[in-house]
Design a protein around this ligand. Structure first.
Ligand code: ADP
Ligand code: ZN
Length: 634
């Protein structure tokens, strides 16, 4: 880590006005969205629950109050975070900005731990990051007691607060014990933050963390720069490869898969195709996992192929796409994972393949889980919401935001808006399928799988059809006009909407449900997207996002002229060196957008650098003259 002798910026006596801190320490000119209100509320000693999408700027909501309160002589703020593997970089980023921060976790040896504890007890540390299991140890609590007695315990920030809820997707039992903070230190303000915000999880956070009195700050969850696309699954890995080659060559991205095996296979496939891909899942050795994560954060253009074990707290700003080869469990998970794309605000893609098998697998996982029936019901409801998003032929964003309780209008930046899918009325096909299933069951007394049912409807005299005498069924051949692709689509939607069930214990055979009746009686309409690969749908012109310019993988630099581009490239090379020396990701030194702004301005003096977004006092001091030297070559 960088050596950081004097840290005058936290010193009591410097301005504790939030706007000054924003400007001086972080180099930003304005608060974003609700940041100002949140910061004012917490600086003033209020409790807060902050719900903001990934990339919305949650960190400043507790970092600025922590600095302001330290400057006002109130001492240490404790940040509870489950992300041990990221604490080093989070703290490193604060050091770069000149803030006195440290972490306590199992990666420190005894001496280092004691050193941090000593500095903490002296009240010198402004932001102390600690894992939840650490917070609840007698040793740590007695240290907090000592701080409290001397009026040096300033604030608790509880990051990733949804970890306290079993309805969230990252439940951590240790989070439940955090009520001790409130009970033991009632006068110390608390701010809890999360990017997961469905009503159930939110209510659970409030209850579990005893935040009933806290003010709630709920931001819009829209991420306008993310383009949502959900395609029908054919050969998923080939589809993925085409998508990356066509739209994201050389970009950093994350690809989520359901299983470890699949992660390994896909990583190998992508690597074979010349893509810089790495696997990440809980079955890998911890050191290797950390190494892959470091490479993803520190190198450019790495594609991480991962299970959902990867990603929480990853604040890499320039992830250009998030792919899902398998469907997640629910919309919260999908939104959280896709939200890791485009934190820098530049265009990014969320791309998913989805097929019948996903529906079957997810339903089975719920059915077979050891959880109680009530829990399973909630999980099924959540899965249904995601399925209807996948089946939708209208704006994806309207549906996503609607799920989080926000009303909006068609966005113009999702697959369905850009290239409205052809829809066809599948009501007739659905009725014919369901009545075939019914008749077959009547005749043979057993259930059959999708393939056989479709064969009957399409009038195919297969061995199996003849063996069971199913050519005698009255629906035999009455669906000859439907293609297999169409019928599969109908089946998928029937299963997705609960009008048909798959019996996993009986060879994936199809069973009618309560919900079948309405469709059979013609009371429910079935509208389907035309298969994406069908010729009708293909002609539509989704404007493909061309790379701004070859060799300029950063959208930030797209607008620069020739010399500007050269400065940008030179600054990036310089930044990579500094980052390596400090053992930090490059974006912690300067974001691409900051380098682009510098390149555009072609600075000759330190004054020229002032006011560029992302250059605070400390960074100007530390890097200003180097930046000028690099730029002077052009
Ligand atoms: P979150 O934790 O909500 O996902 P972060 O706190 O990591 O988001 O912020 C996302 C990005 O936005 C970071 O790169 C951060 O530096 C930047 N950012 C946050 N607030 C501001 C602001 N007021 N002005 C400019 N950039 C900001
Ligand atoms: Zn849309």
């Amino acid at each position: 880590m960088s050596s950081l002798a004097p840290l005058p910026l936290d010193a009591p006596g410097s301005s504790s006005a939030p706007a000054d801190i924003l400007h001086e320490v972080f180099g930003y000119s304005q608060f974003r969205g609700p940041q100002q209100d949140i910061v004012d509320h917490v600086v003033g000693g209020g409790d807060a629950l902050v719900l903001m999408p990934t990339g919305g700027g949650k960190s400043l909501c507790y970092q600025i109050p922590a600095i302001a309160r330290q400057r006002a002589g109130r001492g240490v703020s404790v940040v509870v975070s489950p992300l041990i593997a990221l604490m080093h970089d989070q703290v490193g980023a604060l050091h770069e900005a000149g803030v006195n921060a440290a972490f306590l976790n199992s990666t420190l040896d005894w001496e280092q731990t004691q050193d941090v504890e000593r500095r903490m007890l002296r009240g010198e540390i402004t932001l102390l990051y600690a894992a939840p299991e650490r917070v609840n140890t007698p040793r740590f609590l007695s240290q907090l007691d000592s701080l409290k007695e001397r009026g040096k315990l300033s604030l608790f920030a509880i990051d990733e607060a949804h970890c306290v809820s079993q309805w969230g997707h990252d439940f951590r039992p240790e989070y439940r014990a955090l009520t001790v903070l409130h009970e033991r230190y009632p006068g110390v303000p608390r701010i809890a933050l999360t990017a997961t915000a469905d009503a159930l999880t939110r209510a659970d956070i409030v209850e579990r963390l005893q935040l009933e009195e806290a003010r709630q700050f709920v931001s819009s969850f829209d991420r306008p720069n993310i383009r949502y696309t959900i395609v029908e699954k054919k050969e998923a890995t080939t589809q993925l490869l085409r998508f990356i080659e066509r739209e994201h060559e050389g970009d950093a991205g994350v690809v989520y898969c359901q299983s470890r095996k699949r992660v390994e296979d896909v990583a190998v496939m992508l690597k074979g195709a010349g893509i810089n891909a790495l696997p990440y899942h809980a079955g890998l050795d911890a050191a290797l996992r950390q190494k892959h994560q470091d490479r993803f954060l520190r190198e450019e253009g790495v594609v991480m192929v991962a299970t959902i074990a990867f990603g929480m707290g990853i604040d890499k700003p320039d992830v250009r796409f998030v792919g899902h080869l398998d469907m997640p469990k629910n919309i919260e998970g999908y939104y959280q994972e896709t939200g890791r794309a485009g934190r820098d605000g530049a265009p990014a893609d969320a791309w998913m393949t989805y097929g019948l098998q996903d529906v079957v697998n997810q339903r089975r996982m719920i059915d077979e889980s050891p959880a109680g029936e009530e829990f399973k019901q909630v999980m099924r409801g959540k899965l249904d919401a995601l399925l209807s998003l996948a089946e939708a032929s209208d704006c994806r964003r309207v549906r996503l935001l609607g799920y989080f309780g926000e009303k909006s209008t068609p966005c113009g930046n999702c697959d369905n808006c850009l290239n409205p899918p052809q829809v066809w009325d599948g009501t007739d096909a659905a009725r014919k399928l369901l009545s075939t299933i019914y008749r077959v069951q009547q005749l043979s007394g057993i259930s059959f799988g999708a393939g056989h049912i479709m064969d009957i409807l399409r009038g195919k005299e297969t061995e199996k059809v003849k063996q069971f005498g199913h050519e005698r069924i009255s629906t035999f051949g009455i669906g000859a006009e439907f293609s297999e692709v169409q019928l599969r689509g109908v089946l998928r939607q029937l299963i997705a909407t609960g009008a048909l069930a798959v019996d996993a214990e009986a060879f994936n055979t199809l069973k009618l449900t309560e919900g079948s009746r309405a469709v059979l009686k013609g009371e429910a309409n079935v509208t389907l997207r035309e298969s994406v690969s069908s010729p009708a749908a293909r002609g539509g012109g989704k404007p493909r996002r061309e790379k701004a310019a070859r060799g300029a993988p950063s959208p930030a630099a797209a607008a620069l002229d020739g010399d500007g581009q050269k400065r940008f490239e030179a600054l990036k090379a310089w930044r990579a060196e500094v980052a390596r020396e400090h053992n930090l990701p490059a974006y912690v030194i300067f974001h691409d957008a900051t380098l682009a702004a510098i390149s555009e301005r072609a600075p000759a003096t330190l004054e020229d650098l002032q006011g560029i977004s992302g250059i605070g006092t400390k960074k100007l001091e530390a890097y200003g003259s180097e930046v000028l030297r690099v730029c002077s070559a052009f």
